[in-house]
Design a protein around this ligand. Structure first.
Ligand code: EPU
Length: 305
């Protein structure tokens, strides 16, 4: 099938909008990356299974992209389909269980946190100031301050890579620090189990998280923390001790506020970010023998990832 014919078949699926050669820099918080052959926004759940069928039949590689807060694409871009869940996946609602809320994969963490706060439900305060969406957060088990999102999930609705629906209940998916096997599926929605608390206590915890965020370069182009904390250590401390704060490769630099953040000054390329990651890993390795592991997904796969 020609590229044109493939585009037409994708576009014919109801609930989909297709953008060919879409720059991925505009869809990731780091603000780097070349074009996707197709950027596909999916607004209806029913569109996903036929879309996955079509991509599989045409042997087109694809990846899911939520808020783009933890993904970096190379300067060559992605020669395939980048699938972005859109407005049909943003709902947040109460359930028959008064402490459980249900949300779609594209709901933002801040919208979720505020929804819970209004109902005097605690558990999502750690999301204060974390960019991104529920789907991306579950895929990478986002967290802060000892809390993480997968711990809260009672069940997660997914499609497997063949497009078959499953509800994966607690115990039927596995997760650990900044990793979950939910990333092998297409995450549609989840039920999050929260705890009742007073509004004052919830607001105070949100405030504390935001103060902590104040020590980080918020508002800059970045992917948040770049490396996972190694067991018993902190990536930020190791990078700082290696004397790398402010170190730059082209337009990419190590934040002077928090050493585990890399900043794009607006002109950085993905190549520069990756080179800086390699330098950080090698400097920390020679100083301490510790191998830093990326917290950020890199496409195509890179040794730092
Ligand atoms: N530190 C330094 N220099 C730095 C940064 C940190 O010496 O430049 C030291 C701090 O003094 C502290 C230790 O490293 O002793 C840990 O730093 P921090 O308290 O800032 O926490 P973190 O482990 O670096 C984690 C999460 C953040 C989250 C914060 C706050 C990871 C990789 N990072 O940071 O998450 O915001 O806790 O809860 O787990 C993210 O994942 O994108 C992210 C930003």
């Amino acid at each position: 099938m020609t590229l044109q014919a493939q585009s037409s078949s994708i576009e014919a699926i109801p609930g989909i909008s297709l953008r060919p050669n879409e720059p991925l820099a505009s869809h990731t918080s780091m603000g780097v990356g070349g074009p996707a052959r197709w950027f596909i926004e999916v607004d209806e759940r029913s569109a996903l299974a036929p879309l996955l069928d079509l991509l599989r039949a045409s042997r087109i590689p694809w990846v899911m992209l939520g808020g783009g807060a933890n993904s970096i694409f190379s300067d060559e871009g992605f020669d395939g389909a980048v699938i972005h869940p859109g407005k049909g996946f943003r709902q947040i609602e109460a359930t028959e269980h008064e402490h459980v809320i249900r949300a779609g994969a594209a709901a933002t963490l801040s919208a979720l946190m505020n929804f819970a706060k209004r109902r005097n439900l605690s558990g999502l305060e750690f999301c204060a100031g974390i960019p991104g969406t529920l789907g991306g957060a579950l895929a990478g088990n986002a967290g802060a301050g000892g809390w993480d999102i997968c711990t809260l999930a009672d069940s997660v609705e997914v499609l497997d890579r063949e497009g078959h629906p499953h509800t994966r209940k607690r115990g039927e998916f596995s997760f650990a620090y900044r990793i979950s096997d939910l990333r092998n599926d297409v995450i549609l929605a989840a039920d999050l189990h929260l705890c009742p608390d007073t509004r004052e206590a919830i607001v105070a915890r949100i405030q504390k998280c935001l103060e902590k965020r104040g020590e980080q370069p918020i508002g800059e182009r970045s992917s948040g923390c770049m490396f996972k904390n190694p067991p018993g250590e902190f990536a930020g401390r190791l990078i700082d001790r290696a004397g790398l704060k402010g170190h730059a490769v082209g337009g990419a630099s190590i934040s002077t506020e928090h050493a585990n953040f890399m900043i794009n000054d607006g002109k950085a390329t993905a190549t520069e970010i990756l080179q800086l990651m390699d330098e950080v890993r090698s400097r920390v390795r020679s100083a301490t023998g510790i191998e830093l592991e990326s917290e950020v997904r890199i496409f195509p796969a890179h040794p730092s990832a």
